[in-house]
Design a protein around this ligand. Structure first.
Ligand code: NAI
Length: 325
C-alpha cells in the first residue's frame, strides 16, 4: 500500500526544498511508496508543474504519481499525511488581525476539505505561519477528525536551540537530548534547558543563567528574523528539514523528547484546546503522548505564561472573526 502525501504551497521555497526529500523516502521511510498531491493557488500552478517535472526527472523509485490542483477537495482526497505549508505572508501595513483573517480564509476551507475527503488515518502538520493558530483553525473546522491528528511545527525552533547550545558547550548535537521548546512558534517561545540533558547532565547547570535568559532565549526566538536579515528570504531548507524530522519521528518514532505544537488537554496549566508546543514522546505509528511530570519551576512558568498568553490572544482574535466555533 502506498501513502498519499498532500503538500500545500508546493511551488514555494519550502515546497521546493521538501518535495525531493519526501519523494526520496526521507520522511516516511525507504519502503513506503508515495502518491504526491500538490495544492497551489491558480497563479502558481505552472511553477508547481515545473517542480513536478523535476521530481519525475529524479526517477525516485518510491514515487508513484503526482497530482497538481488548486482545489482543496481534490488535493486532500484520500490524504494520509498533509503538510500545510502555503500561507499568506505578512505584508507591509498589515495588522495582526488582518494576517489572522487572511490565513483563516486559507486554513478554514482546508480544514473542512481534510474533514470531508482525507483518509481515515490522516495526520496533519501545519508549517504556514502563524502556524499554531492556523492549525487551531484547521483543527476546529475538521470536527470528525480526532484532534490528536493535527500538529503545528516547532521542530525548527528545537533544532535551532539544540545547535546553538551545542556550539556554546562545544559538544556534538547528538550529545543533547530532550531539548524542547514550549508555546507559540514566535519570538515568545520558551526553549527549556531545565529538562534538557547534555551527556546526561542537566543543561541548565552547564550555562550561566545570564546567558540563558538574555542571550540564548532571545537568539533562538529571533533566529527566523536573523536569517531573513542575512539571506533576504526566510528559512526554507532548514524549515523543510524540520518538517521532515517532525513527520518522520511522528510516524516512525524517536528515542528523545521532541517539540510538537498540539492541542492541549490542560497539561501544565495550558488552557484546554489551545495548540501549544509541548514536549512529546513519539512511539511511532502517528501517535504522540505529551510528556507529563517534567520540571516546570518559577522561571519556566513565567516564560510559559507569556507565550501561552499570546496563543490565547490569537485564539480570541480568530474566534471573533468567526473562524472557529
Ligand atoms: P513562499 O512564499 O515561498 O511559498 C508559499 C507558497 O504558498 C506560494 O507558492 C503560494 O502560492 C502558496 N499558497 C498561498 N496560498 C495558498 C493556498 N491557499 N493554497 C495553497 N498554496 C498557497 O513561502 P515559504 O518560504 O515556502 O514559507 C511558507 C510558510 O511557512 C510561510 O507562512 C512561512 O512563514 C512559514 N514558515 C514556518 C516555519 C515554522 O517553523 N513553522 C519556518 C519557516 C517558514
Amino acid at each position: 500500500m502506498s501513502k498519499t502525501v498532500t503538500v500545500t504551497g508546493a511551488a514555494g521555497a519550502i515546497g521546493y526544498a521538501i518535495l525531493f526529500r519526501i519523494a526520496s523516502g526521507q520522511m516516511l521511510g525507504p519502503d513506503e511508496k508515495l502518491r504526491l498531491k500538490l495544492l497551489e493557488i491558480e497563479p502558481a500552478l505552472k511553477a508547481a508543474e515545473g517542480t513536478a517535472m523535476e521530481l519525475y526527472d529524479c526517477a525516485f523509485p518510491l514515487l508513484e504519481s503526482i497530482d497538481i490542483t488548486a482545489d482543496p477537495k481534490e488535493a486532500f482526497d484520500g490524504a494520509n499525511v498533509c503538510l500545510l505549508i502555503g500561507a499568506r505572508p505578512r505584508q507591509r501595513g498589515m495588522e495582526r488581525a488582518d494576517l489572522l483573517e487572511a490565513n483563516g480564509q486559507i486554513f478554514k476551507p482546508q480544514g473542512q476539505a481534510i474533514n470531508d475527503h482525507a483518509a481515515d488515518d490522516v495526520r496533519v502538520l501545519v508549517v504556514g505561519n502563524p502556524a499554531n493558530t492556523n492549525c487551531l483553525i484547521a483543527m476546529n473546522n475538521a470536527p470528525d477528525v480526532p484532534r490528536e491528528r493535527f500538529s503545528a511545527m516547532t521542530r525548527l525552533d528545537e533544532n535551532r536551540a539544540v545547535s546553538m547550545l551545542a556550539q556554546k558547550l562545544n559538544v556534538g548535537v547528538e550529545d543533547i537530548r530532550d531539548l524542547v521548546v514550549w508555546g507559540n512558534h514566535s519570538p515568545t517561545m520558551f526553549p527549556d534547558l531545565f529538562n534538557a540533558r547534555v551527556k546526561g547532565q542537566r543543561a541548565v547547570d552547564l550555562v550561566e543563567m545570564e546567558w540563558y535568559e538574555n542571550e540564548y532565549i532571545p537568539r533562538v526566538g529571533k533566529r527566523g528574523a536573523e536569517i531573513i536579515e542575512a539571506r533576504g528570504a526566510s528559512s526554507a531548507a532548514s524549515a523543510a528539514n524540520a518538517a521532515i524530522d517532525h513527520v518522520r519521528d511522528w510516524m516512525l518514532g524517536a528515542d528523545s523528547l521532541h517539540s510538537m505544537a498540539v492541542a492541549s488537554n490542560g497539561e501544565y496549566g495550558v488552557e484546554e484546546g489551545l495548540v501549544s508546543s509541548f514536549p512529546v514522546r513519539l512511539s511511532g505509528g502517528g501517535e504522540y503522548e505529551i510528556a507529563e511530570g517534567l520540571e516546570v519551576g518559577d522561571f519556566a512558568r513565567s516564560k510559559l505564561e507569556i507565550t501561552v498568553g499570546e496563543l490565547k490572544e490569537e485564539r480570541d482574535a480568530v474566534k471573533q472573526l468567526g473562524l472557529i466555533g
